[in-house]
Design a binder for this molecule. Sequence first.
Ligand code: R5P
Length: 258
Amino acid sequence: MDWGMKNRLSRLMKPKDGNAVWLAVDHGYFLGPISKLEEPTKTIAPLIPYTDALMLTRGVLRNCVDASIDMPFILRVSGGNSIIGPALSNESIHTDMEEAIRLNAAAVAFSIYVGTEHENQTLTCLGKLVNEGQRYGMPVLAVTAVGKELEKRDSRFLGLCCRIAAELGAQVVKTYFCDNFEKVVRSCPVPLVIAGGPKLDTEMDALELAYKAMQAGAKGVDMGRNIWQSPKAVGMIKAIRAIVHDGASVEEAAKHIK
Ligand code: R5P
């Protein structure tokens, strides 16, 4: 692996333990101004001290994040779809590699929609990004999207998606936690981080999700709604950090939520 690629990855996955707490705030690219992310600046600012990297679009980066920030970010470079459009899976690259480099991204992110009518389109785009990423030393985070069908989140389906993403060259894969998650981890030769998905009933449920994922071999989280839709968002991200970086149990981590 070339120096630039290695350096970018080490900014994202802290060398002391190789783990990562990334804050996902890219949802607006297809969901619009969802609850608690109507004003990204206000959502992001208090969480920054506890975040290893932000995941966001260029629009939110340019307009809602101060350029003096000393934090890496993962740039979502795909879109073209919306929650009310005819096909959520109809996503392609909208931000090119030159722009990612200009903005000083530490990685680019793209969603793949395996098993949908746009499977080939999204996998081909992933391959294109990986080719460009290799050329410029830019890691690619593949996101295994499930669209509106959340019930698709089982180990067979996610294992298939993660393996395909890794086979096509993604350096890191983001997926969902599921039963038998260790099987998904074992069959994916690159690091996996988990998304949180829609807000769970309680903070404890979200901590348990992160804890179980780490125990099963995840390298961290790229979490959004279960952090910033919580009324105790700062406590939540501190608790998630304790699980990911300090090996805390759910009960120990929960002490951060005040
Ligand atoms: C999809 O909406 C985005 O890629 C999010 O970054 C991803 O789903 C993680 O956010 P959350 O934890 O809210 O699911």
